[in-house]
Design a protein around this ligand. Structure first.
Ligand code: NAP
Length: 508
């Protein structure tokens, strides 16, 4: 990572959860690792009334609780937060933005930050166009004095139509190079390592195609429920919250052709081509290719967990999915006929994100194998937690005969001594500060991802006969999700077993 030029970082939504848990702790880490410029100021902006001092005290608590840094001392916290100020502003009122312009001008004079500004929009998405329009109307998008960059949190749009409208409105105000659509999965070391695994090793890439790969599955499981975000989640659901961005980006990196260089557009062009090659799922066949589910109450390790419909902020008749599994194909030369399966859910047995490459079995079994060990080679790329790579293959069981046993070769990132894995937000914030958009989503990829999901969204809203399957908290989602997997005896990979103590699978 590089040291950026001097700048002011304006954080809209500064009193919010994301700022508290992720953004400010990540910037603190950049400071500890000497990756902030010499002159660097943060201005937090939100509606709550707070003094600079109150705001700093709040952020210190956030850093202490959520930063993965070992190095947190009172002295360092004070020297970091001394460069943070707070501005109370009603973001929905364009006339108030002059207060921000004046504060920025004052900060530049007092701190020598040189007119470079980054604006992070960690607010409800409904405010994005108001913020963008208000900043632009008072000259704060004009790059003649310094760079002006804008980071947009997910969700970027609600569906294809709203995404296109948002892109259009932003393009009327800013150049695409000024727009950074954040997808924090792309900031994860192991996600980036996919490119290195594939394109720096001679042994994987020759096998990375329909001739040797049977199917690919990508799972992103969470053990938590919606927690305090029920109101937001009930309007979003797993498809918008996880699939449109994180899961499809992982599909893009897994399936893309080698880029011509590591230039941001070279990589994003290849991801776009993958998205453009998705075989559309037609609205009438949504239930054949997509399973949605909702967690129901159950007891996990003795603890009673609430069903989704009883969570705070959730409509008691909600049909919003907390689990989704999709089967689809990529219609291109490399992947023709290879099924891709993706699934994500809340209240599953554990928190894990992994990509599993299932290789084709050998054409003829010479040796004795039991049913479990008969499964073919798998390459498992663990994105989180315990980042690493696991290769499963068959070995001879010691002793008489030729019995085959599946064994694992397991690499853990944590075994790389003295290497610290930066947090995703840390890497992404450094990137935007130095103007590198490689790991940010481009307008066309976001739109193409929404386009792929549009028939699913339409099918769910237009056809009430498409079921929402219940699944007890602590299980791997509706059992019917297994039916998606093509092939005798094939199932999803289950990194651990179901944890629900009781509770039957039920249909809502
Ligand atoms: N939290 C997460 O883990 C997470 C993860 C990924 C993406 N995101 C995205 O990040 C964004 C922020 O999420 P969050 O969880 O931090 O939300 P949040 O806790 O509800 O915070 C929202 C922030 O927006 C401010 N705000 C809302 N209306 C305002 C107005 N009219 N004027 C000024 N400030 C206003 C709030 O200020 P006041 O409270 O002072 O009114 C608060 O600081 C959302 O787009 C969300 O989808 C969040």
């Amino acid at each position: 990572m590089k040291i950026p030029d001097n700048l002011v970082f304006v954080l809209f939504g500064a009193s919010g959860d994301l700022a508290f848990r992720k953004i400010i702790p990540a910037i603190y880490s950049l400071k500890i690792h000497l990756l902030l410029p010499e002159k660097f100021e943060i201005i937090g902006v939100s509606r709550s009334v707070m003094s600079d001092l109150d705001f700093r005290e709040k952020l210190k608590k956030g850093i202490t609780s959520f930063s993965g840094e070992q190095n947190i001392t009172d002295e360092l916290l004070i020297s970091f937060t001394n460069h943070i100020t707070y501005l109370t502003l009603d973001i929905s009122s364009p006339s108030e933005y002059v207060k921000l312009r004046d504060k920025l001008a004052e900060t530049d004079i007092n701190s020598g930050t040189g007119g470079n500004y980054i604006f992070y929009l960690a607010t409800p998405p409904s405010l994005y166009t108001i913020i963008a329009g208000s900043l632009s109307s008072i000259g704060l998008s004009d790059q003649s004095v310094g760079f002006r960059r804008f980071i947009f949190e997910k969700p970027f749009g609600y569906d294809l139509k709203s995404c296109k409208e948002l892109n259009k409105k932003l393009h009327d105000l800013f150049a695409e190079e000024q727009i950074f659509r954040i997808d924090h999965y792309l900031g994860k070391e192991t996600v980036q390592n996919l490119l290195v695994t594939r394109f720096s090793n001679g042994m994987f890439e020759p096998l990375w195609n329909r001739n040797y790969i049977n199917y690919i599955e990508i799972t992103s499981a969470e053990s938590i429920g919606v927690e305090s975000r029920g109101g937001y989640y009930d309007k979003a659901g797993a498809l918008r919250d996880m699939v449109q961005n994180h899961l499809l980006q992982m599909v893009g990196l897994t399936a893309m052709e080698p880029p011509s260089s590591m230039n941001p557009d070279a990589i994003r062009n290849e991801i776009l081509k993958v998205f453009q090659s998705f075989q559309p799922i037609v609205e009438d066949e949504v239930d054949k290719y997509v399973i949605r589910g909702q967690y129901t109450a159950s007891r996990v390790r003795g603890e009673c967990l609430t069903g989704y419909r009883y969570e705070k902020g959730v409509d008691p008749n909600s049909r919003t999915e907390t689990f989704v599994a999709i089967k689809f194909y990529i219609n291109n030369w490399r992947w023709g006929g290879v099924p891709f399966y993706i699934r994500t859910g809340k209240r599953l047995p554990t928190r894990v994100t992994e990509i599993v490459i299932h290789f084709k079995p050998t054409p003829h079994f010479l040796f004795h194998v039991n049913d479990i060990d008969r499964s073919a080679n798998q390459l498992i790329i663990r994105i989180q937690p315990d980042e690493g790579i696991l290769l499963k293959f068959g070995m001879k069981e010691p002793g008489a005969g030729f019995n085959v046993k599946n064994v694992s070769m397991d690499f853990h990132y944590s075994e790389l001594a003295n290497i610290r894995l930066p947090e995703a937000y840390e890497r992404l914030l450094n990137d935007v500060m130095v103007g590198d958009s490689t790991l940010y989503s481009r307008d066309d990829t976001v739109e193409t991802a929404w386009k792929f999901l549009e028939p699913i969204q339409n099918g769910w809203s237009n056809n009430p006969a498409i079921k929402v399957f219940g699944y007890p908290c602590g299980t791997w989602g509706p059992e019917t999700a297994n039916d998606l997997i093509e092939g005798k005896d094939l199932t999803w990979r289950y990194p651990c077993k179901n944890l629900a103590d009781d509770g039957l699978y039920c249909e809502l």
